[in-house]
Design a protein around this ligand. Structure first.
Ligand SMILES: [Fe+2]
Length: 387
């Protein structure tokens, strides 16, 4: 039943003591969000005072010694968020690994380059991947509190490099970074303790810049998503209706003509998945970790192979989907659902479908070929007869 996953990467088959508890532990709904108002050195700048940061999966790049993380288990990438009131700014910094913003709410001005060489507006449902090694900052330009989910590449993204202006301004507010790059008050420094120096102008000038077209191509707007039908075996079981709108990499997509809106390697894939009312993703498991963002939809998540446990998950939640666990995602009530699933790795991820999904799809004439793509059984199944 793990036929398409190499022996060496088969996950631990141990069934958790209580699958229900395991499921509940992995659902982070907005009531469990822990706002960190001291995550970064720029928190006392008047334009940034009160900004909140969140570490849901993996610690990310927080500079707060006492930051809390909902799930510390490594997923191969980190999931966090920023929450800003209208007019607040998150200041210019850069990352070594991918940083992808998924807008849950608010209207945002996203600025790329130390001198804001590119400025883009994003709103709810828009996904923007900023290249590595370029300064980025953002401002809530709407009239309500805004919330941006962030995916960061790697279990340890390696911290951030601040624009030198930001470090100088922060120092004027009395905040600096110590030798472990945690935020400390100048007044609390011990004698002789060293602090992080801003990059020199000469070095900062060597940080990369990008063209307008390159930056624009990394924004996938909510209203310009391109949906693919027949991209998951479960969509071949009528009347189950599942569609995939690719965003980053390939990930959960079994369409032979799967495309990626954003092709640059991120180390993880991101896809929108749309379930018609009453439909489900289909019982399956992966050999790699994945993360679900419920975004604007309420769904039901099920864990288990024969005996399923189930929990309703409200909009705006983050759900850790561990490697090796059988699971399904269903619509809740009478509404359709549009969710985001991120999976470790850039390429097409092998999906182990439950025997029932395989059987029902086969009844409709479809299977998965050796390349991991949906194919007609009439073409895949060789027919033999006497000459
Ligand atoms: Fe960032």
């Amino acid at each position: 039943m793990f036929a398409d996953i190499p022996e060496s990467t088969k996950p631990d088959m141990t069934v958790p003591e209580s699958l229900q508890l395991e499921l509940e532990r992995r659902i982070i709904d907005p009531t469990q969000f822990s706002a960190d108002r001291s995550a970064f050195v720029d928190i006392d700048l008047p334009r940034s005072s009160g900004k909140t940061s969140f570490s849901f999966i993996g610690a990310g790049v927080t500079q707060n010694e006492e930051a809390t993380t909902n799930i510390v288990e490594p997923h191969g990438f980190c999931v966090g968020a920023a929450g800003l009131q209208p007019g607040m700014v998150n200041n210019a910094h850069l990352h070594y690994t991918a940083e992808v913003f998924v807008c849950l709410s608010g209207q945002w001005k996203m600025m790329v380059g130390r001198y804001n060489e590119q400025v883009l507006s994003i709103g709810p449902g828009d996904i923007f991947s900023v290249p590595t090694w370029v300064f980025r900052s953002f401002e809530n330009v709407g009239s309500d509190e805004g919330f941006l989910f962030t995916f960061l590449g790697g279990d340890d993204p390696g911290g951030i490099i601040w624009s030198p202006d930001v470090l100088r301004e922060a120092r004027a507010t009395g905040l600096v970074l110590n030798e472990t790059e945690k935020v400390v008050r100048l007044a609390d420094l011990s004698n002789g303790e060293r602090t992080l120096l801003p990059l020199s102008e000469e070095v900062a000038a060597r940080v990369e810049s990008y063209s307008d077209d390159e930056i624009a191509s990394r924004l996938i707007r909510f209203d310009s998503r391109r949906w693919q039908d027949g991209a998951l075996l479960s969509s071949m079981i009528g009347p189950n209706t599942v569609e995939v709108a690719p965003v980053i990499g390939t990930g959960l997509n079994q369409h032979r003509r799967a495309f990626s809106e954003i092709l640059y390697p991120h180390g993880f894939s991101v896809n929108w998945i749309r379930l018609a009312a009453g439909s489900s993703l289909g019982l399956h498991r992966l050999a790699v970790p994945a993360v679900l963002l419920t975004m604007f939809s309420e769904v039901e998540v099920e864990f288990g192979e024969d005996e399923l446990v189930r929990k309703r998950v409200v909009p705006g939640s983050v759900v850790s989907l561990p490697a090796g666990t059988w699971r399904n995602i269903r619509t809740s009530g009478v509404d359709p659902a549009e969710i985001i699933v991120a999976v470790l790795g850039d390429g097409r991820v092998p999906i182990a479908w439950a025997p029932d999904v395989q059987r029902l799809a086969r009844q409709n004439g479809f299977t998965v070929d050796a390349g991991g793509c949906i194919a007609e059984t009439a073409l895949v199944d060789r027919q033999f007869g006497r000459p």
